[in-house]
Ligand binder design. Structure first.
Ligand code: C2O
Ligand code: CU
Length: 664
């Protein structure tokens, strides 16, 4: 069973503990002794089952259970044990016909166990990992406050009750004053603890984490504004100039459907930018009428930081009537894309994206000769109002491909959710992932490919003498059909939804990697979850990293040349496509199982519920880089932080990149 399923099961058992303890408390209060005894036994049993589910999760990783082991279960355990000791003997006695089975103490203690169970689950959902002393104080005081209030209701001070006569007896008076004393001191302790917990939560949090490496040096800061791209192509290269104007437009899709889009140059996707290795790419971005502002971010392309297009970090957003020129050398071959990075959860979704493809230089000659016989298609997949649009086409598209032609399909997921890709009708290889070639990718067929948000797969094969179908999300009516000749019958595509998913961690052959991944200079752990956190100055039910939301998540400090390791843990029930700017990361392992296939260098990897990924990279591209979930609404809801090179500063603090530069 996957960790994700155990997480769900554990939530279910936690709900059951709450339900059974409450039921025990209520039946006891109603003096339904037989039922109360049965429910109490059930509550104890469910609590023991909970111990087992938490233990199993603990085995999958401390991150999944910390607050349960340190707070939730001990609280429930203590309250539950007290409840059994207080209520149990009375219930057993009542069963044997002695007494009515209930006392105020029994009812209060059983209900307190219910509050403890509830509080534990609330902490898991609202706070999660890491547990803080502040959270523990506040939670325990709330449970105690609940117990005190319940005691007042179940056993009110004698003067308010009908049997006030008891108060006349000296013994009764002593009991009442003892209860008052307990009530007052209890109340005082609870208020003090809650106050201390609340006070602690306002302590300033650190703004930088070092990941076990040395702290900030006192070197004079380099500004990201000075980390700009080269002014000239490599010898033999040319300059590829483009002007992209961001503007609103009504775009008509081939089916006739119209969408109100935000576009580059009125097109969706924006103009295709292509280059040959070593060319200089120069793009002037203009903004016609996108009031919020726009930028261009070169997704997966390791440009110098000043070209990275992150407003508030590497530049200010380009407002209507303004422009900005991006310039960088196309030294990296492969399939990439560009998109706005300003309010990207809206802008990219509405169409502010396009493709960037760089072909190898030595291959250029061959390309020129055989261009006519090659099929090389760039296929960004984007969803507009629930309709999948591939390279600007909704519905099914057809493309001729004579038999024997080498075919390359460059799939790009420009959405915030993963897509499932199936190539039916011919075996194929995945030549590249996220633009980087794989080592000895083998032929596969009858498999589904899971393409994370932001990710790219280059599929290659030689065109057979029959049709080949590209199926997206198992929709056999849409997608792309390659036909060997005009009159070839169309391939009948079988149902693809049962095909197993190819595991890229076991695909291709291993090869040497350029650094020793065991000796990282810095190691950062990012635990992804939902919780209550401040996002842009507002409290929100946020998407969090280590319990915080952007911009309150500390920057990760690295120094140029460091080998950096990330552990990314998903405690939540949603998939998080993790994306680091400016550097490809090497996948080391998933859930403790090492990657055994081709070295896998990616810029986005999907961390599914319950998964733990280990990745590493060498920090060789100085700057301040966003490190975020590429489900763009999640990023907007706080799941975003910065990788900050020592000695680099930004003059652009503000807008979406977040708070002013940290650490001063
Ligand atoms: Cu494609 Cu920061 O994103
Ligand atoms: Cu996410």
């Amino acid at each position: 069973m996957t960790t994700g399923l155990w997480i769900i099961l554990d939530h279910g058992v936690a709900l059951l503990t709450i339900a059974t303890w409450f039921a025990a408390g209520v039946t006891l209060a109603l003096r339904r002794t037989r039922l109360a005894l049965a429910v109490l036994v059930a509550a104890v049993l469910v609590t023991l089952v909970r111990v087992v589910t938490v233990a199993i999760l603990a085995d999958r990783g401390w991150w999944f259970v910390q607050e349960k082991v340190l707070l939730g279960l001990p609280m429930l355990g203590a309250a539950g044990a007290a409840a059994v000791l207080l209520a149990g003997p009375q219930l057993l006695a009542a069963r044997r016909g002695r007494g009515d089975g209930g006392s105020a103490g029994g009812v209060v203690s059983v209900l307190t166990a219910a509050y403890a169970a509830l509080a534990g689950l609330v902490v898991t959902f609202l706070v999660g990992y890491p547990l803080t002393v502040s959270t523990a104080f506040i939670t325990i005081s709330l449970v105690c406050a609940g117990a005190l209030l319940t005691a007042r209701v179940v056993a009110p001070p004698a003067e308010n009750t009908a049997d006030a006569g008891v108060a006349q007896a000296p013994e009764g008076r002593r009991a009442i004053s003892r209860r008052r004393f307990l009530g007052w001191t209890g109340g005082a302790v609870v208020v003090t603890a809650a106050g201390a917990g609340t006070g602690l939560s306002f302590l300033p949090a650190e703004s930088v984490t070092m990941g076990g490496g040395p702290g900030r040096s006192s070197r004079a800061a380099v500004s990201v504004a000075d980390l700009r791209g080269s002014g000239s192509p490599a010898s033999g290269g040319t300059v590829r100039r483009h002007v992209l104007t961001a503007k609103k437009a009504t775009v008509r899709l081939p089916s006739g459907r119209e969408i109100d889009a935000w576009t580059y140059n009125g097109e969706v996707p924006g103009p295709e930018i292509t280059a040959t290795e070593g060319d200089l790419i120069e793009v002037r971005l203009r903004n016609a009428d996108i009031e919020d502002g726009v930028t261009l971010h070169w997704h997966g392309y390791d440009v110098p930081c000043g070209e990275d297009g992150v407003p508030g970090v590497t530049q200010t957003a380009v407002g209507p009537g303004e422009d900005f020129v991006y310039r960088f050398r196309a030294d990296q071959v492969g399939t990439y894309w560009y998109h706005t990075h300003h309010a990207s959860h809206v802008g990219v979704h509405k169409g502010l994206y396009g493709t960037l493809v760089v072909r190898p230089r030595d291959g250029q000659r061959a390309d020129e000769h055989s261009a006519a016989e090659q099929v090389d298609l760039t296929l960004p997949v984007h969803t507009f109002d629930g309709t999948v649009v591939i390279a600007g086409s909704d519905g099914r598209t057809e493309h001729p491909a004579p038999p024997g032609t080498p075919v390359r399909l460059r799939l790009i997921n420009t959405d915030s959710d993963p897509h499932r890709i199936v190539l039916a009708g011919n075996p194929f290889r995945i030549a590249a992932v996220d633009g980087r070639d794989l080592n000895q990718p083998g032929e596969v067929s009858d498999v589904g490919l899971h393409l994370p948000a932001g990710g790219r797969y280059d599929l290659v094969f030689v065109m057979p003498d029959r049709s080949v179908a590209l199926v997206v999300d198992d929709d056999r009516d849409g997608g792309l059909r390659l036909r060997p000749h005009g009159d070839a019958p169309e391939a009948r595509v079988e149902d693809t939804s049962d095909l197993p998913e190819l595991d890229l961690l076991r695909y291709g052959a291993p090869a040497a990697v350029p650094f020793d991944t065991r000796n990282a200079d810095r190691h950062f752990t990012m635990v992804l979850d939902r919780g209550v956190a401040m996002v842009d100055g507002q409290p929100a039910y946020a998407q969090t990293v280590n319990g915080r939301g952007h911009p309150a998540i500390p920057d990760q400090l690295v120094a140029n040349g460091d080998i950096v390791r990330f552990t990314v843990v998903n405690r939540s029930l949603e998939t998080h496509p993790w994306h680091l700017h400016g550097h490809p990361v090497l996948i080391l392992s998933r859930d403790g199982t090492p990657s055994t296939g081709s070295p896998l260098w990616v810029d986005t990897f999907d961390v599914r519920p319950g998964e733990t990924w280990e990745v590493a990279f060498r920090a060789t591209n100085p700057g301040i880089w966003m490190n975020h979930c590429h489900n763009l609404p999640h990023a907007h809801q706080g799941m975003m932080l910065r990788l900050h090179y020592d000695g680099v500063a930004t003059p652009f603090g503000g807008s979406h990149g977040g708070s002013p530069d940290h650490g001063h």
